[in-house]
Design a binder for this molecule. Structure first.
Ligand code: NAP
Length: 342
């Protein structure tokens, strides 16, 4: 598929049968655990709220009759409007609120180990939650908050969910949402915490956390390739959501000016790129769905996706360097105090 901004409905219409158990999951229909009903897949999504892309993703996926949507947020009130929307249009789709504060590793562990103990298989894990360019803060475990919430929480969450994803078998997926900001972001291995906040800059920290997300997907994709589990990092494009809450009015106005004048941005290696155009939430969620189910990109697992297509050529040299994937992986295992059994 060439790069195209598409609505979620279009991607689901094209490939949704893979979710409905007819193609991607066909190989598993002999598995006694799978009944021959269409709606056999389960999806876990983080960052769900009425104004977020993850909330839209949940509503969109409900259209193809999942068996269960596990919707995670740090307050039930965030998820309730989405559950209500799904109940209205798809009363037979089961939903479950999963309470997880991603800035607290203990809460992530509790969420998976206690609250999901009765669910042995999860077909698709979509890590969408994030905070952008916020004032300096630390997670409960002492990490700079954007690195902690946007990246390290995913590293731990996926580690804990991996047995369930592996149990779901080939064609399952792990989707790590990132951003076009990776083009300007760098991971400062020598000082991930911005000297305990002294050198903190909100956009640099957002960029760093997204670089980490993309490198994580690269390494995880490599490790899970032989098992047929899909892993992609995703740039959803520019969507008006709750994410912009920390962006100052002056900076917003500046970016709109750049958009109007087609100002080119420059990435870490000096390559030019355009500021992404505003799109709808449905268009933002579409590339996540592409990552989950588009069969034509399965061989590119680990890749960075943008506008429903593989876009690795957009990644700068630090992100492409495989030694950095390994360095981050090992560092992250030390941070979570656990190794991945892969
Ligand atoms: N919107 C864009 O233009 C854009 C562009 C590029 C990439 N992205 C990426 O797309 C993803 C979705 O963002 P969005 O635009 O939908 O933003 P959003 O509306 O702000 O959604 C992000 C969600 O993450 C949750 N979250 C933040 N901190 C959390 C924490 N500590 N624990 C648990 N949940 C937490 C938020 O919940 P609370 O309300 O409780 O904080 C919120 O529901 C993000 O990964 C973002 O980096 C977005």
């Amino acid at each position: 598929m060439s790069m195209q901004i598409l609505r979620s409905e279009v991607v689901l219409e094209k490939y949704g049968k893979a979710l409905a158990g007819k193609t991607g999951i066909l190989t598993r229909l002999h598995d006694p655990d799978f009944s021959h009903q269409a709606n056999i897949f389960k999806v876990l999504i983080t960052g769900v709220s009425d104004e977020s892309i993850a909330g839209e993703l949940a509503v969109q996926i409900s259209a193809v009759n999942p068996k269960l949507l596990i919707l995670s947020a740090r307050a039930e009130s965030k998820v309730t409007p989405i559950i209500n929307k799904i109940k209205e249009s798809k009363p037979n789709v089961a939903t479950r609120f999963l309470n997880m504060e991603l800035g607290d590793m203990g809460a992530i562990r509790k969420g998976v180990e206690n609250d999901l103990a009765d669910i042995p298989k999860i077909d698709h894990v979509v890590c969408v939650a994030a905070v952008m360019a916020c004032p300096y803060a630390k997670t409960k475990d002492g990490f700079e908050s954007q690195f902690g919430v946007n990246y390290l929480a995913n590293f731990l969450l996926v580690r804990l969910l991996l047995p369930k994803v592996q149990a779901a078998g080939p064609s399952s997926s792990v989707i790590i949402v990132a951003s076009s900001v990776v083009r300007r972001g760098k991971l400062n291995f020598d000082d991930i915490g911005f000297s305990n906040g002294e050198t903190y800059e909100g956009w640099a920290a957002y960029g760093q956390s997204n670089v980490a997300r993309v490198m994580f997907a690269k390494k995880l994709g490599e490790k899970l390739k032989s098992k047929g589990i899909r892993v992609f990092s995703i740039d959803p494009g520019a969507v008006r959501t709750g994410l912009q809450k920390h962006v100052s009015p002056d900076f917003r106005a500046q970016v709109e000016e750049w958009r109007k004048t087609d100002k080119a941005m420059t990435d870490v290696d000096g390559n030019k790129y355009d500021i992404p155009p505003w799109t709808t939430r449905s268009e933002g969620a579409a590339t996540m769905i592409t990552g989950m189910i588009d069969p034509t990109i399965a061989d590119f697992t680990g890749s960075f996706l943008k506008q429903n297509a593989v876009a690795n050529e957009e990644l700068h040299s630090q992100i492409r360097d495989e030694q950095n994937w390994t360095r981050l992986w090992e560092l992250s295992e030390a941070f979570i105090g656990e190794i991945y059994p892969l």
